[in-house]
Design a protein around this ligand. Sequence first.
Ligand SMILES: Nc1ncnc2c1ncn2[C@@H]1O[C@H](COP(=O)(O)OP(=O)(O)O)[C@@H](O)[C@H]1O
Ligand SMILES: [Mg+2]
Length: 160
Amino acid sequence: MPTIAIASSKGGSGKSTTAALLAMTLAEHGATVTVIDADPNRPIAKWAQHAGKPDSLTVLSEVTESTIIDTIEESGRRAQFVIIDLEGSASLMVCLAISRADLVIIPTQGSPLGATETAGTVRLVKIQEIAALQNPGSDSVYPHQRRDAAAQDGSASTAL
Ligand SMILES: Nc1ncnc2c1ncn2[C@@H]1O[C@H](COP(=O)(O)OP(=O)(O)O)[C@@H](O)[C@H]1O
Ligand SMILES: [Mg+2]
């Protein structure tokens, strides 16, 4: 199931708002959604304490660099969509989450600093994409790339 990371090295660019709106919209349309709140400030966990969160939306916030990969994998087995809200940095946690994402959304505002930070985050994604492609047997290869590679060589059952 799709894992969507919301990333930007710039604080205040709209990551948590995007994560919450996307999660709510998907849940309101009948999907099961897990949001992994990987920001140490726990904005999504705090938001989820307010009334109105659908039962189909789960928020996990007890996540560390050591547990983020397992948390993403387990969440993907239980929910139709996994959304990861990240802190505004290029930390190990951010890199690990990006390495497991099918899609990375980079919110930005129309400012020179926003453009610079967005370009830096795009580079971060590309670096991991290159690293994964150079080692296609690695567990860190993107899930959608594993599926594409498996479809091409007919080894879907082993690659997934
Ligand atoms: N699309 C948007 N348009 C206008 N303001 C926004 C938008 N998305 C977020 N904001 C506002 O920007 C501020 C920072 O948003 P937030 O989601 O907390 O950013 P981040 O998680 O990247 O730090 C908040 O006050 C939020 O309400
Ligand atoms: Mg945030």
